[in-house]
Design a protein around this ligand. Structure first.
Ligand SMILES: Cc1ncc(COP(=O)(O)O)c(C=O)c1O
Length: 452
């Protein structure tokens, strides 16, 4: 079966003669996301200016490869210099090794949250994927609903659904992306409507999740906006979780090439500051080192919550998802060097901004609408005028056509929950700037043939 038909034509046989449980059989037929197989296919044919100039540019998976050179050097240095401590070889607390929690609390206070973080309120699992799954299990009962403002990270559906059996609800706040030029526009009126619809369907609106900065739009919620949403959640006894997985991947909106895109300044303020004011059992924060540090393979995710019962339940269920102690130890050594971290964050943000500018300028030249990003690893752009109709098939066909003709793999819009078809996410920090420029020239050439 070709990769194209595998992606779109997966069907589950009706009467399986299977040795697995019903759950296991369903899992054997459920793909995590439609673009993962094709991503691995593209990575076998990666672009290289010298050795593979016609190669592929997978720009669909959220990985930042721009600053690995700096981090790799640091890891080499600290692991050579330090003896592995005894605790690394044994079991540790279900919340994460105590020394590691201390170090991460310090790191958060200084670089992300800018407010004190008590290590007793941190719990760690293998990547954001595990913490999303675990949080869903601890907070929701089967069939409860988790709402996300659309467009939103598609895999949330699987992460809350596969084991906890919670359901995803996409809150549609707009149709044309120009509505997001000044950031996310989620209002309490959207939340009231969502609540009514969910309850009319006989379900419980249990959790609201925001990503700040947002995946895929790169929008940032202002402090006042977060307060408004928090107050609504607290009045309605709905858990509010803010994922700050892109919290340190900020774009320099004052950069001379892009500053015209930002008429309203919006500063990133960590949700931890609001949690500290409100002291509520309904508020939680997610973080993972996968994106800001380009180490998705290390699998280090974290929840911050002031809810003691939540933390206790989480700890008791967490053993299958613990992070290896060796990884925790390496991370401890890196995070303790505050001067290094300061410099890493600042260089990484400069590189992110330069990569973002390359893609943003291409969109501008092609007159393709995009959301001006303030953070994350993405640009979210509207290619709808190239589609044969506002349908999922037309969107998927265009996605495949771009890949076949250019060897550039965009993130398909399917699963993001947006009402208008033809939106794609472009990951800008996967290739170094010079290579990204070649990818964008290829895309531009192709789009210009479509325009004519
Ligand atoms: C919002 C969001 N949450 C979670 C994840 C998964 O992160 P991890 O690799 O830490 O499991 C991603 C990855 O793209 C993401 O964008």
């Amino acid at each position: 079966m070709s990769i194209w038909s595998k992606i779109f034509k997966t069907t589950v046989p009706e009467n399986p003669d299977s040795t697995l449980s019903k759950r296991g059989f369903k899992a054997s037929k459920s793909i995590l996301r439609i673009d993962m197989d094709i991503y691995f296919e593209a990575t076998k044919n990666l672009f290289d200016k010298e050795t593979n100039p016609n190669g592929a540019f997978p720009l669909n998976v959220a990985e930042n490869k721009l600053s690995w050179d700096i981090l790799r050097e640091k890891i080499r240095e600290v692991t050579l210099k330090n003896e592995i401590p005894a605790w690394v070889a044994g079991y540790t607390s279900g919340m994460g090794a105590p020394s590691f929690r201390e170090v991460v609390a310090q790191f958060f206070s200084k670089f992300l949250t800018k407010c004190p973080i008590n290590p007793d309120h941190l719990v760690f699992s293998a990547g954001a994927t595990s913490i999303i799954e675990m949080t869903a299990m601890v907070l929701g009962d089967e069939g409860d609903v988790v709402a996300f403002p659309a467009p939103c990270y598609p895999v949330y559906k699987q992460d809350i659904g596969n084991t906890a059996n919670l359901e995803r609800y996409d809150i549609v706040t707009h149709h044309d992306i120009s509505a997001l030029n000044n950031g996310p526009i989620l209002k309490t009126i959207h939340l009231d409507t969502a609540k009514k619809e969910i309850e009319n369907a006989g379900k419980k609106f249990k959790i609201l999740v925001l990503s700040n900065p947002d995946n895929p739009t790169g929008g940032i919620y202002s402090y006042d906006h977060l307060i408004e949403i928090t107050n609504w959640c607290l009045e309605n006894k709905i858990h509010l979780i803010v994922s700050e997985i892109y919290g340190l991947s900020l774009i320099n909106t004052k950069h001379s090439h892009i500053k015209e895109d930002y008429s309203t300044p919006i500063e990133f303020v960590s949700f931890a500051q609001i949690m500290s004011q409100k002291q509520s059992d309904y508020l939680h924060l997610w973080y993972s080192f996968s994106k800001d540090f380009g180490i998705s393979g290390f699998r280090v995710g974290c929840v911050y919550s002031l809810n003691q019962l939540f933390l206790k339940a989480y700890e008791n269920l967490n053993y299958p998802r613990l992070i290896s102690n060796y990884t925790k130890w390496v991370m401890e050594l890196i995070l303790q060097d505050e001067q290094f971290i300061q410099s890493y964050i600042s260089i990484n943000q400069q590189r992110l901004t330069e990569a973002y500018v390359v893609v943003r300028n291409t969109m501008k030249r092609l007159d393709i609408d995009y959301v001006p990003s303030r953070g994350s690893l993405f640009i979210w752009a509207d290619f709808s005028r190239f589609l044969d109709g506002n349908t999922q098939n037309a969107e998927n066909d265009f996605w495949m056509e771009v890949y076949k003709k250019t060897n550039i793999l965009l993130t398909p819009g399917e699963g993001f929950g947006h009402s208008k078809k033809g939106h794609f996410r472009i990951v800008h920090p996967y290739f170094k700037k010079e290579d990204l420029e070649i990818a964008m020239a290829r895309l531009e050439e192709y789009i210009l043939t479509k325009n004519n």
